[in-house]
Design a protein around this ligand. Structure first.
Ligand SMILES: [Zn+2]
Length: 503
């Protein structure tokens, strides 16, 4: 554990300002380097009142009218995504957030056209139709090959199948084996199958009903090497039953649009007294099949609403936070974290990474449940101090300080640089279970009141992070990041994605 000099120097100098005050001695000299803002610990911030005001003024529903009902699905590099970028930009400006800008980046843009699966053998299934959708970053294909049941498609199962995988289209359950210890992401499964010689990949949903969850099939910046698609449980079960009887030969036809293009993140700031940054972000893009209400209209609406609340707080009180608050709406997340990656890469080139003192990522948001910080038990006391006034103000938050963390969302590029990731855990409505990346991700299943409360709780946490004299979370040094990530249990998937740079 090491300390970032900037943070320390600042805390010390600020204390000097407090102690020396306007007593003359060195006042002018100090003014050049030290802002006249007092660091304010949590207890001085009246976080309960701040969160109550945030909640009382919520605009989550009126913003959902535009973001979800008018704009709908938000595809990176296509007009729908650009409309969403412009809407968020306009809202941030209207709320009084400063330095609002769009930050363009390049990506491999993708959109679906059609998908079809036909059984050639056994002939009895020749007329059967299947509920099938292409996965993302898959091009256009027309192939014929035998099917193979590959279980959950884990590394162990693919290895056990050995040469059998070669030349087949693997059928893979969307979930992970019981007791496996971690979820196995579809991008990992596609990579494993491709390396083992499969010529196609079909993911089978594990929930009853007609839903077919999709998602990007590679995390890299390249198209998949094989066609990859997904089917609902009933379609998958029919294929698996046929396979249990004997060989099954299919024709898989996928047609998709794919092009190198440009999308843009939308960012805005509440400038602090220093250029240290507390960032809160949500991905604004969604899948094409529905409104993307849960994933991630919910998080986008939350960040928009907490930006409104915090800008309003600054305007009403005239207070300047110690650290700069930055609001980020990432595009290209669903196609492989493009927007957040581009932002972090640009910062690294400017050697600015260590300015980011903490990052909060809101991806799939419901009613608030609790607070945490990934891999950082040392933040427990701070989080308890933030929680206390919020609970008193009527926001239900449990006492668990969660330290777990995963990858595959926009905090990942920051986490991999050792930047502290703070967490606001939230709970979806029961009817939202399993709707992400499907045709059922509509406004009816989101909890707009819960999102408003999570926005209020998050606003309070961010305000505390922006003002606390010395934060309990410190950016990890390069040589300790690998150890910490291993403790978080994300080494395996990072290795498979080629993102592991430690021994
Ligand atoms: Zn998401």
């Amino acid at each position: 554990m090491s300390h970032t000099p900037l943070r320390h120097t600042f805390a010390l100098l600020s204390l000097l300002v407090l102690v020396l005050g306007p007593v003359g001695c060195g006042e002018g000299a100090l003014d050049d380097t030290v802002p006249e803002v007092e660091p304010r610990p949590v207890e001085a911030l009246q976080l309960g009142a701040l969160a109550e005001r945030a909640y009382a003024g919520t605009e989550v529903s009126s913003n959902a009218d535009v973001l979800l009902d008018e704009i709908g699905p938000r595809i990176s590099a296509l007009p729908s995504g650009e409309r969403a970028q412009d809407f968020v930009e306009e809202r941030l400006q209207a709320y009084g957030v400063e330095n609002v800008r769009q930050e363009p980046f390049e990506l491999l843009a993708w959109d679906r056209r059609s998908a079809e699966l036909q059984v050639l053998e056994p002939a009895a299934l020749g007329d059967a139709t299947f509920n099938i959708l292409s996965l993302g970053h898959v091009g256009s294909y027309d192939i014929e090959a035998p099917l193979l049941d590959a279980g959950y498609g884990t590394a162990e199962e693919i290895e056990a199948l050995g040469d059998e995988v070669e030349g087949t289209i693997v059928l893979v359950d969307v979930g992970s084996p019981e007791g496996y210890g971690r979820g196995v992401h579809r991008t990992e499964k596609v990579t494993l199958a491709t390396r083992a010689g499969a010529v196609g990949f079909i993911q089978v949903n594990n929930r009853e009903g007609p839903l077919v969850p999709v998602g990007v099939a590679t995390l890299g910046d390249e198209p998949t090497e094989i066609p990859a698609a997904a089917v609902d449980l009933e379609s998958g079960t029919r294929l698996l039953e046929a396979l249990a009887e004997g060989p099954v030969e299919v024709r898989l036809v996928l047609d998709n649009w794919m092009e190198r293009s440009t999308a843009a993140n939308v960012l805005g700031d509440i400038p602090g007294a220093t250029d240290e940054v507390i960032l809160v972000g949500a991905h604004l893009d969604s899948w094409d099949l529905a409104q993307g209400a849960v994933d991630n209209g919910s998080g986008s609406l939350a960040v928009l609403d907490l930006a409104r609340a915090l800008a309003g707080h600054v305007e009403a009180t005239g207070e300047t936070p110690l650290r700069t608050l930055r609001f980020a709406f990432w595009m290209g997340e669903e196609l492989g974290l493009y927007g957040s990656h581009a932002h972090v890469d640009a910062m690294m080139r400017q050697e600015l990474t260590d300015r980011y003192a903490a990052v909060l990522n809101l991806d799939v948001v419901g009613a608030p449940v609790g607070l945490g910080a990934m891999g950082r038990p040392e933040a427990e006391d701070f989080m308890a101090r933030v929680r206390a006034p919020l609970v008193e103000a009527g926001f239900e938050l449990d006492e668990t300080h969660s330290t777990g963390g995963g990858i595959y969302s926009d905090h990942q590029p920051f986490l991999l640089q050792g930047v502290p990731i703070v967490v606001v855990r939230s709970r979806q409505l029961p009817e939202a279970a399993g709707v992400s990346h499907t045709t059922a991700d509509t406004r009816e299943v989101i909890d707009e009141d819960g999102i408003s409360r999570t926005a209020a709780v998050s606003a309070a946490l961010l305000w505390a992070l922006a003002n606390e004299p010395e934060l309990p979370v410190i950016t990890w040094e390069e040589d300790e990041i690998g150890v910490k990530l291993e403790e978080l249990g994300v080494r395996d998937p990072l290795e498979r994605a080629g993102d592991w740079r430690w021994d």
